[in-house]
Write a protein that binds this ligand. Structure first.
Ligand SMILES: C[S@@+](CC[C@H](N)C(=O)[O-])C[C@H]1O[C@@H](n2cnc3c(N)ncnc32)[C@H](O)[C@@H]1O
Length: 361
């Protein structure tokens, strides 16, 4: 469930959003803007809230006996019919539990804000870096083949690119023939993406990959690159992606475990990378490296974004035909031509993969 600390602030924000852009009267637009304006995006998942609340009365009929402490968003505005209507806490016996909920809310809110700010800070230089932007036709072909292999034929279908960043993956999906919606937390990243994607069948919004506000059963494909490692609540995200996919729709997750070396020769490559770095003596990492490490230490995959764990969570969500593919060699070879040796070795030592899966039906 999505909750806010102030229902009033949320509704005022919605009214402001509606006033500021009367053309876009549909509720979804208004909600998007309200969430963006107030940072009232999803802070804690329904499962997490339900877990925290287990034993606490959620029964609407009994509200008169209790003091309502947390108001969720007005459910009538929300496309997610499955959401818990509200949370009601007893006055005296649940203080401890309430403080856990509040802590979780604060934690996720501030963490997501920090994640958004971190990427906004990096937006200016993001596309200058090999491994982010595509710098050769070889690499572009590599990505197109990879996505086609895992997601199937586009056939004019709809794709949702989560954490669309500066639009690199959205553009590839459009090239494959999808009509694309891209969502990202960071307006600064979205601004770059808008400049690159104008005239293409790509719509871009500020939004949260863990709670998209998209309609159920509406996408043929959900794709994402370099998002899952930074999610506070991947199980909630996967349930959300399952929900928005049409029956038979496919998810494609490209990511990297930056903490554990890849199976096989990963450890040896890591040693070589350290040696090469010492010899090359590159400038020390910028200030953003410390922010990055701090964020990593607090996300779900703080000990490493292991593909097997992602696959397990996808299976628990209900996905089938789950495949882990570590063969991104063509892409990495093409990217490596624009990187110094120590960086190539570092990246080769990391576990880089795509995981694809299908919603049954
Ligand atoms: C490493 S960049 C990847 C961008 C793009 N997917 C790509 O591969 O070029 C990570 C992006 O994830 C976005 N992001 C992080 N958490 C998010 C969330 N919960 N919902 C939506 N976007 C998120 C950041 O704003 C940032 O643009």
């Amino acid at each position: 469930m999505t909750t806010t600390f102030s229902a009033k602030a949320g509704s005022e924000a919605m009214r402001d959003a509606a006033r500021s852009d009367p053309r876009k009267s549909p509720r979804k637009e208004t909600m998007r803007s309200a969430f963006k304006m107030n940072s009232l995006g999803p802070m804690v998942s329904i499962q997490e809230t339900q877990d925290l609340c287990s034993g606490i009365t959620l029964n609407k009929n009994k509200t008169r006996h209790f003091r309502t402490l947390i108001f969720p968003q007005r459910q009538s505005h929300m496309p997610l019919a499955s959401r818990c209507p509200f949370v009601v806490l007893t006055r005296d016996r649940t203080q401890k539990r309430m403080s856990r909920i509040m802590t979780a809310l604060h934690h996720n809110l501030s963490l997501k804000d920090e994640i958004r700010d971190y990427w906004s800070m990096r937006s200016e230089t993001f596309d200058t870096m090999p491994g982010h932007e595509i710098f050769s036709d070889d690499e572009r072909r590599g990505w197109l083949e990879l996505f086609a292999r895992h997601l199937g034929d586009a056939q004019g279908g709809r794709a949702l690119d989560l954490a669309s960043g500066t639009g690199v993956i959205s553009l590839l999906l459009a090239e494959l023939g999808y009509s694309v919606t891209g969502l990202d937390l960071s307006e600064a990243m979205l601004a770059r993406a808008r400049a690159k994607t104008s005239g293409k069948p790509i719509k871009l919004y500020a939004g949260d990959a863990e709670d998209t506000f998209e309609a159920s059963d509406s996408y043929d494909v959900v794709a994402t690159r370099h998002l899952v490692w930074t999610l506070p609540d991947p199980p909630a995200a996967f349930r959300e992606w399952f929900r928005v996919l049409k029956p038979g729709g496919r998810v494609g997750i490209v990511d990297v475990d930056m903490i554990n070396p890849r199976p096989g020769n990963g450890k040896a490559l890591r040693v070589l990378a350290r040696l090469a770095r010492k010899i090359a003596n590159p400038p020390p990492p910028g200030a953003h490296a410390a922010v990055h490490n701090d964020i990593v230490s607090r996300v779900y995959f703080s000990t490493g974004c292991r593909p097997e764990e992602i696959a397990r969570l996808l299976g628990e969500t209900g996905f089938v035909d789950i495949a882990i593919d570590r063969n991104l060699r063509a892409i990495h070879r093409a990217q490596g031509r624009f990187m110094p040796l120590h960086q190539r070795l570092e990246r080769a030592s990391q576990d880089r993969f795509i995981i694809s899966a299908r919603k049954p039906g």
